[in-house]
Design a protein around this ligand. Structure first.
Ligand SMILES: Cc1cc2nc3c(=O)[nH]c(=O)nc-3n(C[C@H](O)[C@H](O)[C@H](O)COP(=O)(O)OP(=O)(O)OC[C@H]3O[C@@H](n4cnc5c(N)ncnc54)[C@H](O)[C@@H]3O)c2cc1C
Length: 490
């Protein structure tokens, strides 16, 4: 069956938190633009739809991980279900649903400067049908990691292990872990969430980590929000006030982490010691070698992970894995760690541009050859923008800022009568030093470091930077001059 090509002014890739937010901004700030959201999965939510492991929850607060425009009214740390409900309300309240097409997996995007248009090739994941769309502007909200498969290092003799190996990203619905001995490899936010969620049912859980992570222990309440609610302040006000307070406090902590890392480190470790006690070997198991904030700080509500360890239901082994064995793992120290199930909470595979093949005027795109314009557009790629959120602050803060920027750009193009905008280095940028997409001094989680060479480069000028600094960008992006010569309009 032949399907007619459909055309839209704007095509949004992905219906995760970024894609849904972008659709909202576009609809509100560019009401005359036609648009469609294409999503490869059968529903919205992205990360929050895909991840099904026990205990899955946010590790940042929902006042800032939630959108600017939709008040969050519950406890700050939310389960995936709560986040999906919130996103569902955004879709319903703003009548976004008719614009979203699920089960639409994009495989190829071809730009033609002759038509000033993208041609988008899609396979319907339910029927296998091939569809073609065209659009003038491509708004990439495909996230940054491959959903179908998590990252598992290749350890020796994995095939000899006789138990079950599971990655949290593809957690089987029917995995039976009751009364089983479980080993969780990894100590990031996923492990910290998963372990307390299963420890009560398992006979024992061991967390195996190569090196320790910082954890921030706190309560899953926001006292200010609760007080404002008690005073019957409207939800919109409470949302805004609490966001400001959280961001104010986070800025202070971020500054302190840079200026006085030892002080912040001591405070974080004190929280852990408060639960595990002075006799526990915190130096070996919970004292990272890196500065606080170089990797995302994992929030542990009520210290549940540490209570699990204190109670003896869970323990920690720190060191390098030498090999898998039929019964589990052998560490380089010689220690044997055995279990019926091994969970590899070892992170993501970076997925650059949603595994979409990009062709620009007949030439395959080499994304790593491009230089980023403000961490969202790329030299030589016309009419395309990628929402890459914050890591240290909530991702969505940036999705909202970029939403405003994109709509301002689209409206500016209309005013100029331009059909094409291409980030282009100016003469004065010719000898600009170029750096990797993220500054590893600043932020260096494994999944980014492994794949940095696939990502665009950044320069040292504000226009060509990707700073990951919300507190700078919140003022800089709204004020960015669209006619500063970096954006070429045709
Ligand atoms: C377990 C977990 C917890 C996290 N917790 C937090 C947190 O608390 N705070 C925080 O700030 N960040 C958190 N993050 C980071 C998180 O991924 C982002 O914050 C955010 O959810 C990303 O949203 P997104 O919409 O940009 O991407 P995603 O959620 O990855 O969604 C992208 C969507 O695009 C679709 N897509 C991709 N390629 C294609 C294609 N070719 N064709 C069609 N559709 C496509 C995908 O199917 C997906 O639905 C967490 C990540 C994980 C994995």
């Amino acid at each position: 069956m032949i399907h007619a090509t459909e055309h839209f002014d704007v095509l949004i890739v992905g219906a995760g938190i970024s894609g849904i937010g972008s659709a909202y901004h576009l609809q509100n700030q560019c009401p005359n633009k036609t648009y469609v959201v294409l999503e490869g999965l059968e529903s919205y939510g992205g990360t929050w739809w895909m991840h099904r492991y026990p205990g899955i929850r946010s590790d940042s607060d929902l006042y800032t991980f939630g959108y600017r425009f939709k008040p969050w009214t519950s406890a700050p740390i939310a389960t995936a279900q709560e986040i999906l409900k919130y996103m569902g309300e955004v879709i319903e309240e703003n009548e976004l649903r008719p614009h979203i097409r699920y089960n639409h997996k994009i495989s190829k995007a071809t730009w033609s400067s002759e038509n000033n248009e993208w041609k988008i090739e899609v396979t319907k994941t339910d029927s296998g049908a091939k569809l073609t769309f065209t659009c003038n502007f491509l708004w990439m909200c495909q996230g940054y990691y491959r959903h179908a498969q998590g990252y598992t290092p290749d350890w020796p003799n994995m095939d000899q292990y006789t138990g079950t190996i599971v990655h949290p990203q593809t957690w089987p619905d029917d995995l039976e872990y009751k009364d089983k001995k479980v080993v969780v490899i990894g100590s990031g936010a996923t492990a910290a969430t998963l372990i307390p969620a299963i420890a009560g049912d398992c006979s024992h859980v061991t967390m195996v980590q190569r090196s320790p992570t910082y954890f921030f222990i706190g309560s899953n309440i926001n006292e200010l929000a609760d007080q404002l609610r008690q005073l019957e302040i409207p939800d919109e006000w409470t949302h805004e006030i609490v966001r400001r307070k959280i961001l104010f406090d986070q800025e202070a902590v971020t500054k302190l982490s840079v200026e006085e890392p030892e002080f912040v480190k001591a405070a974080l470790l004190e929280g852990v010691r408060g639960i595990l006690g002075d006799d526990y070997d915190i130096d070996t198991h919970f004292t990272p070698k890196y500065r606080p904030w170089r990797q995302r700080l994992a929030f542990v509500p009520e210290g549940d992970l540490f209570h699990g360890i204190k109670s003896g239901k869970a323990d920690v082994v720190t060191g390098e894995i030498e090999t898998f064995t039929p019964a589990g793992l052998r560490m380089k120290s010689g220690e044997e760690v055995t279990g019926d199930i091994i969970v590899t909470a070892t992170g993501f595979n970076l997925n650059v541009l949603g595994d979409i093949e990009f062709i620009i005027d007949g030439e395959p795109l080499v994304f790593s050859d491009t230089v980023t314009y403000r961490g969202m557009m790329f030299t030589g790629i016309p009419n395309m923008l990628w929402v890459f959120g914050y890591f240290r602050a909530s991702w969505t803060l940036r999705a909202d800022l970029i939403g405003d920027f994109t709509c301002r750009l689209l409206n500016h193009m209309d005013k100029l009568g331009a059909s094409r905008v291409t980030p282009t280095l100016r003469d004065e940028d010719a000898n600009m030093p170029l750096f990797s997409w993220l500054d590893p001094e600043n932020f260096n989680p494994g999944y980014m470091m492994r794949s940095m060479s696939l990502l665009p480069q950044r320069g040292d000028k504000p226009e060509w930077q990707h700073s990951q600094d919300y507190w700078m960008e919140k003022d800089m992006l709204p004020a960015a001059d669209l006619d500063d010569g970096c954006l070429l309009y045709e």
